[in-house]
Design a protein around this ligand. Sequence first.
Ligand SMILES: NC(=O)c1ccc[n+]([C@@H]2O[C@H](COP(=O)([O-])OP(=O)(O)OC[C@H]3O[C@@H](n4cnc5c(N)ncnc54)[C@H](OP(=O)(O)O)[C@@H]3O)[C@@H](O)[C@H]2O)c1
Length: 362
Amino acid sequence: MVKKKQALGWIEWLIGWMYVTYELLFQRTKTSHLQNPLELPSLNDLTCIVTGTTSGIGKEIARQLAEAGAHVVMAVRNRKTANELIDQWCSSWAGILLNVEVMELDLLSLDSVVGFANTWNARLEPLHVLINNAGIFSIGETQKFSKDGFEEHLQVNHLAPALLSVLLLPSLTKGSTSRIINVNSVMHYVGFVDTEDMNTVSGKRKYSSLLGYTNSKLAQVMFSSVLHKRLPVESGVNVMCVSPGIVHTNVARDLPRIVQAAYHLIPYFLFSPQEGSRSALFAATDPQIPEYCESLKTDEWPVCAFISQGCHPTNPSKEAQSVETSFEVWEKTLEMIGLPSDAVERLIEGKEVRCRYGTRKD
Ligand SMILES: NC(=O)c1ccc[n+]([C@@H]2O[C@H](COP(=O)([O-])OP(=O)(O)OC[C@H]3O[C@@H](n4cnc5c(N)ncnc54)[C@H](OP(=O)(O)O)[C@@H]3O)[C@@H](O)[C@H]2O)c1
């Protein structure tokens, strides 16, 4: 019997860190061809849900989409901050009303995800773009679990966006050709998913926030690849992951002081949130993206589209290209988020799907 892989080999690990270092050192030169901000076409006919828009990359994505005319739904856990941002954006546009609304979504609660999706789907409106941007990297913190019992990085960065993407399929098919965009990270290159211990509770591997973050980002690429393949071309829904680059945002707020100081010393290398928003905005609006994604559905190529910080299609890590592990991640994820194995097919056919979450009365 072939022994199951238990971790990245040290050469793979070294190569992974080389990718991360290369991204940090050369992201600015590699993106010198891009405008900042990215020029967007008029988006008056587009409805976009963006998660985590109260700071960093998500705030920039939401603002720029709205300023280009899109109807933007800010899916956030802090409604007050989101409403204040809308006021700021509108006043900087000399009182012109932007088409932005705020809806509550806490990714640390799968009940909240189901509630959000049900509320949105009940409108029976088309959804053209879902951007799963919200994420956490609680650097240096001890292992924490959500009230659903999942390691917090796994839940916020992978499980909750996966549940949201699947449950919003009825609206995304109404909006086809539509796009699910996951703001991923080059850090997935140093991730490894142990499908028998996705929650990192067995004690086989010592937990660290780096392990939690990188594994959650790799799991997201793997799940997205299977989701993309399972959505028939006729559904008109495409799934992709993007790397924003290495960006100076609130993600650094939990860093030790000394690392925060180092962050300030290397401003040349780090992207601003506006620069970091370009790959997601490109994925959301470039007219050639649907055709490219559809070509990947019919290809033998095992992964969904992965768009680099320079707005080019690129390859995710070798580990992300493992078909066997990706299917295991798919199955385990559906189990964890309380969906049946045929959830996607049923939703595409317009049938109902029962989720274990979302039934609790608080
Ligand atoms: N910065 C980088 O260098 C970098 C590199 C690669 C990938 N990324 C990815 O880019 C994405 C955006 O990160 P960022 O750098 O812009 O970080 P950020 O400034 O910390 O923004 C994160 C956003 O996610 C929201 N969020 C966190 N937990 C949430 C929850 N439980 N429910 C709902 N929303 C939640 C935050 O809301 P609150 O304001 O309520 O906390 C905030 O709006 C993340 O997925 C991150 O992994 C970032």
